[in-house]
Ligand binder design. Sequence first.
Ligand SMILES: NC(=O)c1ccc[n+]([C@@H]2O[C@H](COP(=O)([O-])OP(=O)(O)OC[C@H]3O[C@@H](n4cnc5c(N)ncnc54)[C@H](O)[C@@H]3O)[C@@H](O)[C@H]2O)c1
Length: 256
Amino acid sequence: MAYTGKVALITGAGSGMGRVAARLFSKGGAKVAALDVSEAGLQETAQGHPGITPLRVDVTDGTSVEKAVRDIESQLGPIDRVFHAAAIMPCGQLLKMDADTLLRMMNINYGGLVHISKATVPRMLERGKGDFVSFSSMAGVIPIMKMGGYSATKFAVSAYTEVLYHENRNRGVRFACVCPPSVSTPLLDQGRQTDWPKMLDGEQPLAPEEVIAAVEQGLEQGKLWIYPSKNARIGALVRRLFPNLIWKQVHQVEGW
Ligand SMILES: NC(=O)c1ccc[n+]([C@@H]2O[C@H](COP(=O)([O-])OP(=O)(O)OC[C@H]3O[C@@H](n4cnc5c(N)ncnc54)[C@H](O)[C@@H]3O)[C@@H](O)[C@H]2O)c1
Protein backbone atom coordinates (compact mmCIF):
# COMPACT_ATOMS: atom_id res chain seq x y z
CA MET A 1 0.00 0.00 0.00
CA ALA A 2 1.23 3.53 -0.65
CA TYR A 3 1.08 4.82 2.91
CA THR A 4 1.09 8.57 2.36
CA GLY A 5 -2.06 10.13 3.78
CA LYS A 6 -3.56 6.77 4.73
CA VAL A 7 -5.00 6.02 8.15
CA ALA A 8 -4.11 2.79 9.94
CA LEU A 9 -5.47 1.35 13.19
CA ILE A 10 -3.22 -1.18 14.90
CA THR A 11 -4.05 -3.08 18.08
CA GLY A 12 -1.23 -4.49 20.18
CA ALA A 13 0.86 -1.59 18.90
CA GLY A 14 2.74 -1.20 22.17
CA SER A 15 5.05 -4.12 21.40
CA GLY A 16 6.32 -6.65 18.86
CA MET A 17 4.77 -6.85 15.41
CA GLY A 18 2.17 -4.16 16.13
CA ARG A 19 4.97 -1.74 17.03
CA VAL A 20 7.01 -2.62 13.94
CA ALA A 21 3.96 -2.17 11.69
CA ALA A 22 3.04 1.15 13.35
CA ARG A 23 6.51 2.60 12.85
CA LEU A 24 6.79 1.29 9.30
CA PHE A 25 3.44 2.74 8.21
CA SER A 26 4.19 6.02 9.98
CA LYS A 27 7.61 6.31 8.32
CA GLY A 28 5.85 5.77 4.99
CA GLY A 29 3.57 8.74 5.65
CA ALA A 30 0.48 7.10 7.18
CA LYS A 31 -1.40 8.46 10.19
CA VAL A 32 -1.34 5.61 12.67
CA ALA A 33 -3.70 5.07 15.60
CA ALA A 34 -1.76 2.78 17.94
CA LEU A 35 -3.97 0.91 20.42
CA ASP A 36 -2.75 -1.07 23.40
CA VAL A 37 -3.35 -1.53 27.13
CA SER A 38 0.29 -0.80 27.87
CA GLU A 39 0.79 2.95 28.29
CA ALA A 40 4.58 2.50 28.53
CA GLY A 41 4.65 0.32 25.42
CA LEU A 42 2.63 2.88 23.47
CA GLN A 43 4.89 5.75 24.51
CA GLU A 44 7.93 3.79 23.35
CA THR A 45 6.27 2.94 20.03
CA ALA A 46 5.37 6.59 19.37
CA GLN A 47 8.74 7.99 20.53
CA GLY A 48 10.24 9.90 17.59
CA HIS A 49 7.26 9.07 15.34
CA PRO A 50 4.94 12.09 15.24
CA GLY A 51 2.61 10.25 12.84
CA ILE A 52 1.70 7.74 15.56
CA THR A 53 -1.21 8.60 17.87
CA PRO A 54 -1.07 6.37 20.97
CA LEU A 55 -4.42 5.39 22.44
CA ARG A 56 -4.81 3.34 25.59
CA VAL A 57 -7.67 0.99 24.68
CA ASP A 58 -8.50 -2.46 26.02
CA VAL A 59 -9.74 -4.49 23.03
CA THR A 60 -12.01 -6.56 25.27
CA ASP A 61 -14.10 -3.47 25.96
CA GLY A 62 -16.44 -3.07 22.99
CA THR A 63 -17.71 0.36 24.06
CA SER A 64 -14.16 1.76 24.32
CA VAL A 65 -13.21 0.23 20.97
CA GLU A 66 -16.27 1.75 19.27
CA LYS A 67 -15.54 5.17 20.82
CA ALA A 68 -11.87 4.98 19.82
CA VAL A 69 -12.80 4.19 16.21
CA ARG A 70 -15.26 7.12 16.10
CA ASP A 71 -12.60 9.46 17.54
CA ILE A 72 -9.90 8.18 15.16
CA GLU A 73 -12.12 8.68 12.11
CA SER A 74 -13.14 12.20 13.16
CA GLN A 75 -9.58 13.25 14.05
CA LEU A 76 -7.37 11.34 11.57
CA GLY A 77 -9.86 10.48 8.81
CA PRO A 78 -11.48 7.28 7.49
CA ILE A 79 -9.54 4.15 8.45
CA ASP A 80 -7.86 2.48 5.45
CA ARG A 81 -6.17 -0.38 7.23
CA VAL A 82 -6.72 -2.40 10.42
CA PHE A 83 -4.18 -4.77 11.96
CA HIS A 84 -5.54 -6.70 14.94
CA ALA A 85 -2.37 -7.92 16.65
CA ALA A 86 -3.25 -7.62 20.37
CA ALA A 87 -2.88 -10.95 22.16
CA ILE A 88 -1.53 -12.81 25.17
CA MET A 89 -0.02 -16.30 25.21
CA PRO A 90 0.14 -18.12 28.54
CA CYS A 91 1.00 -21.79 27.90
CA GLY A 92 0.38 -25.00 29.80
CA GLN A 93 -1.68 -28.16 29.86
CA LEU A 94 -5.39 -27.43 29.62
CA LEU A 95 -6.35 -29.10 32.88
CA LYS A 96 -3.51 -27.41 34.76
CA MET A 97 -4.37 -23.89 33.58
CA ASP A 98 -7.15 -22.13 35.45
CA ALA A 99 -10.37 -21.42 33.60
CA ASP A 100 -10.07 -17.66 34.19
CA THR A 101 -6.74 -17.53 32.34
CA LEU A 102 -8.05 -19.59 29.42
CA LEU A 103 -11.19 -17.47 29.10
CA ARG A 104 -9.32 -14.18 29.52
CA MET A 105 -7.01 -15.24 26.68
CA MET A 106 -10.06 -16.00 24.50
CA ASN A 107 -11.56 -12.65 25.39
CA ILE A 108 -8.44 -10.73 24.34
CA ASN A 109 -7.25 -12.73 21.33
CA TYR A 110 -10.66 -13.56 19.86
CA GLY A 111 -13.04 -11.15 21.65
CA GLY A 112 -10.78 -8.27 20.65
CA LEU A 113 -11.14 -9.30 17.01
CA VAL A 114 -14.92 -9.34 17.34
CA HIS A 115 -14.99 -5.80 18.78
CA ILE A 116 -12.44 -4.36 16.35
CA SER A 117 -14.09 -5.88 13.29
CA LYS A 118 -17.58 -4.74 14.31
CA ALA A 119 -16.35 -1.20 14.88
CA THR A 120 -14.35 -0.89 11.64
CA VAL A 121 -15.43 -3.30 8.88
CA PRO A 122 -18.97 -1.86 8.32
CA ARG A 123 -17.40 1.59 7.81
CA MET A 124 -14.87 0.21 5.34
CA LEU A 125 -17.58 -1.72 3.47
CA GLU A 126 -19.67 1.43 3.21
CA ARG A 127 -16.71 3.19 1.60
CA GLY A 128 -15.95 0.12 -0.55
CA LYS A 129 -12.28 0.00 0.41
CA GLY A 130 -9.85 -0.92 3.17
CA ASP A 131 -7.61 -3.69 4.49
CA PHE A 132 -8.54 -5.84 7.47
CA VAL A 133 -5.77 -8.05 8.82
CA SER A 134 -6.21 -10.55 11.65
CA PHE A 135 -3.20 -12.06 13.40
CA SER A 136 -3.78 -15.76 13.86
CA SER A 137 -0.77 -18.08 14.23
CA MET A 138 0.61 -21.46 13.19
CA ALA A 139 -0.92 -22.39 16.57
CA GLY A 140 -4.23 -21.67 14.82
CA VAL A 141 -3.35 -24.27 12.20
CA ILE A 142 -1.44 -26.93 14.16
CA PRO A 143 -2.60 -27.58 17.73
CA ILE A 144 0.09 -28.93 20.07
CA MET A 145 0.20 -29.97 23.72
CA LYS A 146 0.68 -27.15 26.26
CA MET A 147 -0.64 -24.64 23.75
CA GLY A 148 -4.28 -25.76 23.69
CA GLY A 149 -5.67 -22.57 25.22
CA TYR A 150 -3.78 -20.25 22.89
CA SER A 151 -4.49 -22.51 19.89
CA ALA A 152 -8.21 -22.40 20.64
CA THR A 153 -8.13 -18.59 20.49
CA LYS A 154 -6.21 -18.66 17.21
CA PHE A 155 -8.48 -21.29 15.61
CA ALA A 156 -11.33 -18.93 16.56
CA VAL A 157 -9.51 -15.98 14.97
CA SER A 158 -8.93 -17.97 11.77
CA ALA A 159 -12.51 -19.22 11.50
CA TYR A 160 -13.99 -15.79 12.22
CA THR A 161 -11.76 -14.09 9.65
CA GLU A 162 -12.45 -16.75 7.00
CA VAL A 163 -16.22 -16.36 7.38
CA LEU A 164 -15.97 -12.56 7.62
CA TYR A 165 -14.17 -12.62 4.29
CA HIS A 166 -16.70 -14.89 2.59
CA GLU A 167 -19.67 -12.94 3.90
CA ASN A 168 -18.24 -9.68 2.55
CA ARG A 169 -16.07 -10.57 -0.43
CA ASN A 170 -16.19 -8.56 -3.65
CA ARG A 171 -17.20 -5.42 -1.76
CA GLY A 172 -13.84 -3.65 -2.01
CA VAL A 173 -12.36 -4.59 1.37
CA ARG A 174 -9.30 -6.89 1.43
CA PHE A 175 -9.26 -9.42 4.27
CA ALA A 176 -6.20 -11.36 5.37
CA CYS A 177 -5.43 -13.79 8.14
CA VAL A 178 -1.74 -14.13 8.91
CA CYS A 179 -0.43 -17.35 10.47
CA PRO A 180 3.15 -16.76 11.62
CA PRO A 181 5.37 -19.40 13.18
CA SER A 182 7.55 -18.18 16.11
CA VAL A 183 8.48 -14.52 15.79
CA SER A 184 11.09 -12.76 17.85
CA THR A 185 8.91 -10.54 20.10
CA PRO A 186 8.15 -10.23 23.84
CA LEU A 187 5.20 -12.62 23.36
CA LEU A 188 7.66 -15.52 23.14
CA ASP A 189 9.22 -14.53 26.50
CA GLN A 190 5.72 -14.36 27.96
CA GLY A 191 5.06 -17.92 26.77
CA ARG A 192 8.45 -19.17 27.98
CA GLN A 193 7.72 -17.87 31.48
CA THR A 194 4.83 -20.35 31.65
CA ASP A 195 4.79 -24.09 30.84
CA TRP A 196 6.43 -23.84 27.42
CA PRO A 197 6.13 -26.75 24.90
CA LYS A 198 9.46 -28.40 24.05
CA MET A 199 8.18 -28.70 20.46
CA LEU A 200 8.84 -24.99 19.93
CA ASP A 201 12.36 -24.97 21.36
CA GLY A 202 14.17 -25.80 18.14
CA GLU A 203 12.41 -23.15 16.07
CA GLN A 204 14.43 -20.21 14.80
CA PRO A 205 12.02 -17.27 15.22
CA LEU A 206 11.33 -14.97 12.28
CA ALA A 207 11.99 -11.25 12.62
CA PRO A 208 8.80 -9.17 13.03
CA GLU A 209 9.74 -7.22 9.89
CA GLU A 210 9.62 -10.44 7.82
CA VAL A 211 6.04 -11.04 8.91
CA ILE A 212 4.91 -7.48 8.18
CA ALA A 213 6.54 -7.70 4.73
CA ALA A 214 4.75 -11.01 4.07
CA VAL A 215 1.44 -9.42 5.05
CA GLU A 216 2.01 -6.53 2.64
CA GLN A 217 2.86 -8.95 -0.15
CA GLY A 218 -0.10 -11.21 0.67
CA LEU A 219 -2.52 -8.26 0.59
CA GLU A 220 -1.18 -7.17 -2.79
CA GLN A 221 -1.63 -10.73 -4.10
CA GLY A 222 -5.18 -10.85 -2.75
CA LYS A 223 -4.42 -13.73 -0.39
CA LEU A 224 -6.72 -14.52 2.52
CA TRP A 225 -4.23 -16.88 4.20
CA ILE A 226 -0.73 -15.56 4.72
CA TYR A 227 1.99 -17.99 5.81
CA PRO A 228 5.12 -15.88 6.27
CA SER A 229 7.70 -18.65 5.75
CA LYS A 230 8.25 -21.78 3.67
CA ASN A 231 8.19 -23.93 6.82
CA ALA A 232 4.83 -22.46 7.80
CA ARG A 233 3.40 -23.32 4.37
CA ILE A 234 4.77 -26.88 4.61
CA GLY A 235 3.49 -27.22 8.19
CA ALA A 236 -0.02 -26.22 7.14
CA LEU A 237 0.03 -28.77 4.32
CA VAL A 238 1.33 -31.59 6.53
CA ARG A 239 -1.29 -30.81 9.19
CA ARG A 240 -4.03 -31.03 6.54
CA LEU A 241 -2.79 -34.27 5.00
CA PHE A 242 -1.18 -36.15 7.92
CA PRO A 243 -2.36 -34.74 11.30
CA ASN A 244 -1.37 -37.92 13.14
CA LEU A 245 2.21 -37.63 11.92
CA ILE A 246 2.48 -34.28 13.70
CA TRP A 247 0.84 -35.65 16.87
CA LYS A 248 3.29 -38.57 16.88
CA GLN A 249 6.18 -36.11 16.80
CA VAL A 250 4.60 -33.91 19.50
CA HIS A 251 4.26 -36.91 21.88
CA GLN A 252 7.83 -37.99 21.13
CA VAL A 253 9.29 -34.54 21.77
CA GLU A 254 7.22 -33.75 24.88
CA GLY A 255 8.06 -37.22 26.22
CA TRP A 256 4.60 -38.52 27.07
N1 LIG B 1 5.50 -13.73 18.47
C1 LIG B 1 5.12 -14.87 17.94
O1 LIG B 1 5.87 -15.87 17.97
C2 LIG B 1 3.79 -14.98 17.24
C3 LIG B 1 3.60 -16.09 16.40
C4 LIG B 1 2.38 -16.24 15.77
C5 LIG B 1 1.38 -15.29 15.95
N2 LIG B 1 1.59 -14.23 16.78
C6 LIG B 1 0.49 -13.28 16.94
O2 LIG B 1 0.90 -12.02 16.41
C7 LIG B 1 0.27 -10.96 17.13
C8 LIG B 1 1.30 -9.98 17.62
O3 LIG B 1 2.11 -10.67 18.56
P1 LIG B 1 3.48 -10.12 19.11
O4 LIG B 1 4.40 -11.25 19.08
O5 LIG B 1 3.82 -8.85 18.46
O6 LIG B 1 3.07 -9.89 20.65
P2 LIG B 1 3.56 -8.86 21.75
O7 LIG B 1 3.37 -9.50 23.07
O8 LIG B 1 4.89 -8.31 21.42
O9 LIG B 1 2.46 -7.70 21.58
C9 LIG B 1 1.12 -7.92 21.92
C10 LIG B 1 0.56 -6.60 22.45
O10 LIG B 1 -0.84 -6.79 22.73
C11 LIG B 1 -1.15 -5.98 23.85
N3 LIG B 1 -2.37 -6.39 24.50
C12 LIG B 1 -2.57 -7.46 25.33
N4 LIG B 1 -3.82 -7.44 25.81
C13 LIG B 1 -4.44 -6.37 25.26
C14 LIG B 1 -5.75 -5.83 25.38
N5 LIG B 1 -6.67 -6.40 26.16
N6 LIG B 1 -6.05 -4.71 24.68
C15 LIG B 1 -5.11 -4.10 23.89
N7 LIG B 1 -3.85 -4.57 23.76
C16 LIG B 1 -3.53 -5.68 24.43
C17 LIG B 1 0.07 -6.15 24.76
O11 LIG B 1 0.12 -5.11 25.74
C18 LIG B 1 1.21 -6.12 23.76
O12 LIG B 1 1.72 -4.81 23.62
C19 LIG B 1 -0.54 -11.66 18.23
O13 LIG B 1 -1.87 -11.80 17.82
C20 LIG B 1 0.11 -13.01 18.37
O14 LIG B 1 -0.76 -13.96 18.89
C21 LIG B 1 2.77 -14.06 17.41
